[in-house]
Design a protein around this ligand. Structure first.
Ligand code: SF4
Length: 549
């Protein structure tokens, strides 16, 4: 639904989504291999807000991961509306500074300001929390006047808009074909209480849900664009946060896929205990879920207990990963280093886990304390929060800082050594990809998809299969996939590995941050809102983020 507040005045709202810094999860090194892809995923939260604004108001949408906001954009808008996560804080400040310089009123919403409004003293209006009564108050206020207020005004949501009343995100304001993945949200909130995570505090422990028709309408809206990503990512904090709801929505997705000849494939995030839900897994397989991000965080049982993530230890980890693989789900994993429980053996255990699990993509980050988390409170009590922008983390580790960062570098080097990485990808050919259903290709036979496939194939052949120093490892894995007729898998393992190897080499040279959440800034990341940076999408005012994503 749109905002129910009647408005009297025309307004021009310029919505700007800040660029992301490079990370393992953005696959930015893969974009040059693809046809027109320039960013990772559409900004779900800001698109929902754009769709909620009064019909009478004009909206212009700029995702700075696709292009910078121009002077003409700023000149057009009456109000500049920005949303973002902590990791985008430097870019958020840069956008609001440019907007003020253009004489515009600034509004900031999203997860970062919701958790830490004090970080943004120069913004005119702060919107804290999810879309709800505060959004309506803000709209009424902007309808009355677009002049900059004398002092900052804050609006905090007390009553959230039910998810089943959310409008379809304004996908039509963006060229979806320029994104690597599509984004979709089914639920918000998570019932668990992992120590480092701010989801329960921000979005509640009782997952709230959209209705099946709503979700199908959003899918229709995505595929309505001539060019759109073939893989759509459920940005829910935990897809099985409400298991009953997941079981109930999946048959609708299966039916929609069948009716439309399987135009899309899906990915999501879930806790590892998904492996116990065989009925859900069977439906996910039928709906064409192909990847699941699991915040594994650590293979060490004591560490899981200390961070209150025991749900990952309800069954043996390797067994759980093998079960997910057996339903055609490739597991992507988040890992945290710098935990209080880390010992001299942590590095060896992690390397052993990488080898034994055969998980190809692991985002390995240093622990970061986010505001509004139990971790933050504990560390603040103990005087272990460090505000030093030159460091990779705001946590004073129990082990020496340099040792932890060096361990991170060695683990990255180990995980993304080309031979090892392609060996893990080759493992997936039989262990995972062979277990996927064979869906008809008719639904994907679009001119844009064919052009994308042809462009990727040619670029991979040249840049990875011919010019790269890891071509031998690539061909060994790709041959295995091709021998089993898995052409899509051969292509995707090429571009995934190309990004990971390039990014890891930059990280080892010290050109990338050791934590996705690190506030450590690099000049180019702050000052140049270029196309090729970001990682995972904030789905919010409905953001999704494990520490490790
Ligand atoms: S880390 Fe994942 S499982 Fe834990 S509370 Fe956050 S969203 Fe839930």
């Amino acid at each position: 639904m749109r905002c129910p507040i009647p408005v009297r005045n025309e307004r021009r709202v310029l919505c700007i989504f800040p660029a992301y810094a490079h990370s393992f999860g953005t696959f930015s090194h893969a974009y040059p291999l693809m046809w027109r892809v320039r960013a990772f995923m559409p900004p779900q939260g800001l698109l929902v807000i754009a769709a909620y604004l009064p019909e009478r108001w004009s909206i212009r949408f700029v995702d700075e991961n696709l292009r910078p906001t121009t002077e003409a954009d700023f000149a057009w808008g009456d109000v500049v509306l920005v949303s973002g996560m902590h990791v985008q804080a430097p870019q958020i400040r840069d956008i609001t500074r440019r907007a003020r310089a253009a004489g515009k009123t600034t509004v900031l919403g999203g997860p970062s300001v919701s958790a830490a409004p004090e970080m943004y003293p120069d913004v005119d209006y702060l919107h804290m929390g999810e879309i709800g009564d505060a959004t309506d108050e803000l709209i009424a206020c902007l309808d009355r006047s677009i002049a900059r207020p004398d002092a900052q005004m804050r609006f905090a949501t007390k009553e959230r808009l039910p998810l089943y009343d959310f409008p379809i995100p304004a996908y039509d304001l963006l060229p979806l074909g320029r994104y690597l993945l599509g984004s979709l949200q089914f639920s918000s909130g998570c019932p668990y209480r992992c120590e480092f995570c701010d989801i329960p505090a921000l979005y509640g422990r009782q997952p709230r849900l959209k209705s099946p028709p709503q979700l199908i309408a959003e899918l229709e809206s995505i595929v309505a664009q001539r060019a759109h990503p073939g893989l759509v990512y459920f940005v829910d904090d935990n897809f099985i946060g409400n298991r009953k709801a997941a079981r109930e929505i999946l048959p609708h997705l299966v039916a929609w896929q069948k009716k439309n000849d399987y135009p899309l494939r899906f990915a999501c995030e879930a806790t590892l205990n998904l492996a116990k839900q065989t009925e859900i897994l069977a439906l996910m397989r039928e709906a064409q879920f192909q990847t699941v991000f699991v915040g594994i965080e650590t293979p060490e049982a004591d560490a899981l207990k200390a961070m209150r993530k025991e749900q990952n230890a309800t069954l043996p980890m390797m067994e759980a990963i093998a079960t997910l693989n057996s339903y055609g789900l490739e597991v992507t994993s988040g890992i945290i280093l710098g935990l209080d429980t880390d010992t001299a053996d942590t590095e060896a255990r992690l390397k052993q886990f990488i080898d034994r699990s055969n998980i190809p993509v692991l985002t390995i980050n240093l622990l970061q304390a986010l505001p509004k988390t139990p971790l933050w409170e504990r560390l603040a009590r103990d005087g272990r929060i460090v505000e030093d922008a030159s460091l990779e983390s705001n946590v004073r580790f129990l082990r020496p800082y340099d040792e932890v960062v060096e361990m991170w570098r060695r683990c990255i080097a180990y995980a993304y050594d080309p031979e090892r990485l392609f060996a893990r990808l080759a493992y997936q050919v039989d262990a995972t990809y062979a277990n996927r259903i064979e869906a008809p290709v008719r639904g994907r036979l679009k001119a844009a998809n064919l052009r994308q496939g042809a462009t990727l194939a040619v670029n991979l052949l040249l840049r990875v299969g011919w010019w790269s120093d890891y071509r031998r490892a690539f061909w060994s894995a790709a041959r295995r996939a091709l021998q089993r007729g898995q052409i899509d898998a051969a292509l995707s393992m090429g571009f995934v590995a190309h990004h990971l190897i390039q990014f890891a080499r930059e990280a080892i040279r010290g050109e990338q941050n050791a934590s996705f959440y690190s506030m450590r800034t690099r000049d180019e990341a702050v000052l140049q809102p270029t196309h090729m940076r970001r990682r995972m999408e904030p789905a919010t005012l409905v953001d999704a983020r494990d520490q490790t994503r």
